[in-house]
Every structure is written in C-alpha cells, then in structure tokens.
Design a protein around this ligand. Sequence first.
Ligand SMILES: [Fe+2]
Length: 388
Amino acid sequence: MTFWHFSSTEELRGDWLFPTETRFGPGRIAELGSALATLGIRRPLIVTDRGLTATPIPARIVALAATTSEPLLWAGADQNPTGEQVMAGTAAFHAHRADGVIALGGGSGLDAGKTVALMAGLGGDLWRFAYPRSLEVQAERSKVPIVAIPTTAGTGAEVEASGIITDPSKPVKAGIVNLSMLPRLVIADPELTLDLPRHLTAWTGMDALSHNLEALLVRQFHPMADAIGAAGVKVCHDWLPRAVDDGHDIVARSYMMAAAIMGATSFVKGLGAMHALSHAIGALIGAQHGLTNAVLMPAVLRFNRPAIEQPIVRLASFLGLASGFEAYYDAVTALASRVGIPDRLGDIGVARQDFERLAHMALPDFNASCNPRPLDLPSLVSILEAAS
Ligand SMILES: [Fe+2]
C-alpha cells in the first residue's frame, strides 16, 4: 500500500487537474456525452486500434458519444501504428467534418488518436514532428481538442503530449512530440480494463512499472516527478499481481490505472535504455512494447547499477525491502516472473544476429540520451546479450 488505502468504488474516484484534466473512477465513462457537450465537440472522430474492435468497448463509446454528438468510429491503427495509418485517420477526420478526436485504447489507439488530432489541425508532413526535428516546430499548435479514454493500465499516453508512430520504411518508432497533443480531457474508468486478458494485463502493467522506474532513475532535478515515480513503482508492486490474478478486481484495476497515469506523469524527465531498446525491437519485429520492456528490465538495471546505486537503495527502503540494490533487483525479477514475463529476448522472437542493428536503431532514440549511465553501441549490444 502507499499512504492511504481505498477499497470501495465510491472512494476510488477523483477529479484531477494534474497533469491534465482527468475524471478518474469506476463508472465515469457514463459522463462522456455531457463532457463532449461541455467541450463543444459536436462531431467527434473516435480513433482506436483494430484489436479493440473485437471487444464491445468501441460500440459502447459510440453509443455514449451519440447522446450529445454525431460520432464516427475509425479503427484503422495497428498495434504499432504507422504514419500511413495516421494520415488515413486524418483523412477520415476531414471527411467526417469532425471537430474533435476521442482517442480510445491502449497505447496504440491513444497515440494514433493524438497524432491524428495533431495532423488534422496542422496538415503537412507528419515527420517534422518526430524528435529531434520536433524541437524546431513546437510553435505550431493544433487546436483540435482531444478526449482520451484509456482501455489499458500501462502506457499513460492519456496524460502526455507525444505519440510513438512507426515509419516502416526505415524502420523506426519515432517519438511524435507536440504540446497540443496533450488531451483536453481524460476519462479514466478502470471498469474499461476489467476484461483485458491476463497476459495483456501483465505486459501493460509492466510498461507502467518501467515508466515509473526508468523516470525515477533519470539523473535530473525534478523532485515532483521523483515522488510520483517512487509511489508509482510501489503501486505496481503492490497491485499488479492482484490485477493479473483476478481481472475483475476493481480495486486492483483502479490502482493500476492510477499507476499508469503516474508513470507518464513522471516520465517528463525522460526514460532510458529499456525504452530506447524496446522502441527499436518494436520497430524491427513488432514485439509488444510492455512485454519487451519487462524482458529488458533486469539487464538494464544491472548495466546501470554503477550510476543508480543511491536511488535504488532509497527505493528499496521506501518499498520496505532489505537495504541495497540486490533487494530491489530480486523484488523486480520476482514480480516479472510472478506475472508470467519470460526471461529471455529469444522467448519473444528477438534474434541474436539483429543485436548490432538494434543497437544502431536504439542509440538515436531520445530515451537513450536520458539513461543514467551513458550509452554507446557496445554497451547497448552488451545489454541485449545480457538479456538473451
Ligand atoms: Fe512504455
């Protein structure tokens, strides 16, 4: 537990203004229609990924939105959405004469939706918003409002201003960054995650853990983000096993949805080698993002050890573990194994012959520059070897 323990759906609610306006709590998706009316959105484009259409959620969102508006559902994003898909979604926005975007889903639907809103508002070449070119065009701001509705507890993309979009021609998973991608409103309803399968609960939950943990370990003065990251790590350790064991445990689902938001709030500091390598692996073989982070986590912690001893010792103490790096390392590997994460990169389809190429792809990733221990090509290959 963190500081307070809440155990009823009445208590697990909040109207948060940090980092963006968020209506949090079981059942709050019922407020979607009135929220759209308040925001003046009359013709929303609902952007989601193909995978979610196998569930009743998109139809439910359409029905709720239709109480006050004329929505159109566009479910053309893949697990790793591409630039071409974003432009197809943008064309759907204009064809519908839409005036806002509802970004719906896990990371794929949310990132695609936020990027469609960016391109619908600004047009032109998507890739000018890819980091680091994005730094030169931050004065451009889209006015298309975004309502974000997460259906997993992992990415936290609902509360931050970027999207990961794949350019298959390179291949690269580019970080599309623009402050106007920050949603105007988030409706975070943990009930939407109740039917998420066990393995996706584990993988997305480990992504939330990797955000809180990697952000905490970025060496940068940001006490607010550090406090949130440390508490987020604790929430993941306390609640992820329960959410995986019993998907219908609304208390565990609520805490994990909060942990996902905490992770994305704390990663304003940046992330590290887990994410740099995970983006490269995702771009090359399409592996699931949270699962890849989870498999890389022990090797990255080991590699970074000389630079993170102090914060890890303090984290172990905050978690009530025995003192020292090994105590936290043991706790995190036990958690991964408890929720069914495989040990080796080979188990998720990463081939040893691709290590050099993956290192070359990971090094320019923004998150590589934030890693607490400096990275170069040999060190990235050494991490991949340690994880294989
Ligand atoms: Fe992530």
